[in-house]
Design a binder for this molecule. Sequence first.
Ligand code: NAD
Ligand code: TYD
Length: 354
Amino acid sequence: MANILVTGGAGFIGTNFVTDWLVDPQADGVVNVDKLTYAANLHTLASLDRDERHVFSRTDICDRQALDALLAIQRPRAVVHFAAETHVDRSIHEPANFIETNIVGTFTLLEAVRAYWLTLDRGARQAFRLLHVSTDEVFGSLGPDDAGFSEAAVYAPNSPYAASKAASDHLVRAYFHTYGLPVLTTNCSNNYGPYQFPEKLIPLMIANALAGKPLPIYGDGLNRRDWLYVADHCRAVRDVLARGVPGETYNIGGGNERTNLEVVHAICDLVDEMRPDAQGSRRRLIAFVPDRPGHDRRYAIDAGKLAHELGWVPSETFESGLRKTVQWYLNNQAWVASVTSGEYRHSIGRDYAT
Ligand code: NAD
Ligand code: TYD
């Protein structure tokens, strides 16, 4: 049976990707490689392990020996690389992990995959793909009237997270041009949906609104992000993996630009509708807090290449996706409680939350 190897398959997007992938009874098996940091979803992994097409390995992508052994045994036809440190606020306080996993880890993975790829026969080598999942944050901040980032946008990362992802994108590119490794890179805008760790804006605001806690908005709340429902991102990754051209990059975005204040207002209104509060609208909980250092003002994606070349368009609007997401968090409060550990509370105290 053919396999794909997914790194970071226990994280927010990786969990959604693996789960969606295995919905198809004809789909290849998944070898899920994850170090299981604080961001990983143990519960979802447990349910995935009932499917014999899913093999999990607790492995650090910086561990070359472990990667070599996995590749030799599992012999995947493709690698989809999600594993990363991903929270901008954490990258400001503790950038070292971001350098280690996002840069050294991606380099180690590339080296292991290149060595494995060279062992394949000619046909398998041509068909092989490594898809690197990256972010629009590598392009820096847009002015208010600028067009959205296209694939030709200049790299201008502003946070340690964005800089480490930019470095990994460059390494992936170099492995195509130098060694001919058949790589694909996707740069996606902000995702939201089920299983996102409640340190990111949308799940944090849902959890705090439900708990009657302050909703910390950095600065003036007018920073803008282009929001994409996670299932739409996962479908785009599947499309690029199946039909993308090696060496090419593809930008993925929802066409849903909102200010942070608009997002938080929408969350408050949905939580009020689904769980009315005798004390009145949750908008009363909004608390403006000091801004994040180096806070990018605006991200937006021009996803025209993906639409024209691969026929991908998002299926959820921001309104439909956010409604599903709020409902999911209301139905899964035990999951939120279980991942909101002492470590997480400690980190929030150091950030900008009131
Ligand atoms: P996440 O933080 O929820 O999950 C990351 C996963 O990687 C976790 O399961 C973690 O245990 C694992 N991991 C971390 N270090 C590892 C290591 N050294 N070895 C093996 N596994 C390790 O992240 P996410 O939001 O699911 O993001 C996945 C990918 O998508 C990342 O590469 C990120 O840069 C990219 N991306 C995310 C977004 C977004 O809005 N979340 C948008 C665009 C791109
Ligand atoms: P985040 O979810 O951390 O994603 P990113 O920084 O990768 O875009 O934050 C999204 C936006 O929300 C960003 O402009 C920072 C802002 N934000 C807040 O205002 N308050 C918060 O508590 C958090 C976590 C984010």
